[in-house]
Design a protein around this ligand. Structure first.
Ligand code: SF4
Length: 361
């Protein structure tokens, strides 16, 4: 697994956190926001930034040139926020959330640390044409700061794109002008069922479905880009065709409908056996849902589906969606001819209760 947090040494713990880009040793090409590489071996790298020198310990020996990092002397940690060679960079806006989804991969916390000042700096230093994920918790609990960040980047770094994962519970009519102005964002919004009671039960919030529909109406009217997300569980897998009909009938303005397999972390890990819907032995509801929305010209994608679990005629919908830093393959995959196109598994996917049909092709 790629290390996103690395041990930090050699710097006074009282120095406040700062964001820098890790540069090479060519001092003439450094900007004011670059930390210069002073020395390096297979286990550590020494950098200089202004009057500070610091040491990053690293086991993998992975190249970090161009990475944008948060250096946190007090916690003796370097957070690799934006890796220069990756399209899977996500900033965690907050760990607070007002829902408590039964399969949440990032169970919410009550506390919040405001890091928008650092996020602004990090995005400013990101490589051109990057897509940066903004996630939580629920990022729109801090909606004004989030909007300010997105608007600032739209004006100063127009080549950057953002993907914001939100539960869609906090958009208001007063946000209309801002939403219409923002053209650098795709809003990733979950809807788990067409039945409001089932959706509310899955997100553990009464009235969530109704509130979400109000937000969709608003977002649709502003022309916002929307990736509708549905994570499959035993609770909603069988009724996916109903949701397909609902999407076509009520949400024709969405850009893509992403049907997603479950990630065995957070709450989902704890309740895996009660939640995991094995689509390798029951693909019928997914097939019916895809065929229905496709009839109406609605784009659809399968995220986190290993290719051998998907019937061959539907593999074209499956994306390599698992972020590089948490992606793995099993021994079964070694001889597989589909490996280069397959999303594989999450690093923490359980081998003892998994898809029944995993086979090299
Ligand atoms: S065997 Fe592995 S690589 Fe091949 S399709 Fe299945 S999960 Fe993907």
């Amino acid at each position: 697994m790629i290390e996103l947090q690395l041990p930090l040494e050699g710097i006074d713990p009282n120095v406040p956190d700062f964001v820098v880009r890790l540069a090479g040793s060519n001092y003439e090409q450094l900007s004011d926001f670059d930390a210069a590489l002073v020395a390096q071996d297979s286990a550590l790298s020494i950098y200089r930034y202004g009057e500070h020198q610091f040491v990053i310990r690293q086991q993998s020996g992975e190249d970090m040139l161009g990475d944008v990092v948060l250096v946190s002397p007090s916690s003796k940690t370097v957070h690799r926020w934006i890796r220069a060679g990756s399209q899977h960079n996500t900033l965690l806006i907050t760990e607070r959330c007002d829902q408590l989804c039964i399969m949440c991969s990032q169970p919410p916390k009550k506390t919040h640390v405001d890091q928008f000042e650092y996020f602004l700096q990090a995005c400013s230093l990101a490589p051109a044409n990057s897509t940066i994920g903004l996630s939580g918790g629920e990022p729109t609990l801090y909606k004004q700061q989030l909007f300010e960040l997105l608007l600032a980047m739209q004006s100063h770094r127009p080549s950057l794109k953002f993907h914001v994962l939100t539960n869609g519970q906090h958009f208001e009519p007063s946000d209309t002008a801002t939403l219409a102005q923002l053209r650098n964002v795709v809003w990733g919004i979950p809807l788990y069922a067409s039945d409001r009671e089932l959706h509310d039960k899955i997100v553990a919030k009464s009235g969530a479905f109704a509130r979400l529909m109000a937000s969709f109406e608003l977002l649709g009217a502003t022309g916002a880009a929307i990736e509708l997300r549905t994570v499959l569980t035993k609770q909603n897998g069988g009724v996916l065709p109903n949701l397909a009909r609902f999407v076509v009938g009520h949400l024709p303005f969405i850009d893509v409908w992403a049907i997603m397999q479950l990630e065995a972390t957070g709450f989902a890990r704890r309740a895996w056996r009660d939640l995991f819907f094995d689509s390798s032995v029951d693909f019928d509801p997914i097939k019916e849902a895809i065929l229905h929305v496709q009839t109406y010209g609605q784009d659809v994608a399968l995220y986190n589906f290993p290719l051998c679990t998907v019937p061959s005629s539907f593999r074209g919908y499956a994306a390599r969606s698992i972020s590089d830093w948490k992606n793995r393959f099993s021994k079964t995959c070694d001889p597989c001819t589909l490996k280069n196109d397959c999303c594989g598994f999450f690093e923490w996917h359980p081998d003892d209760h998994t898809y029944q049909e995993i086979r090299a092709i």
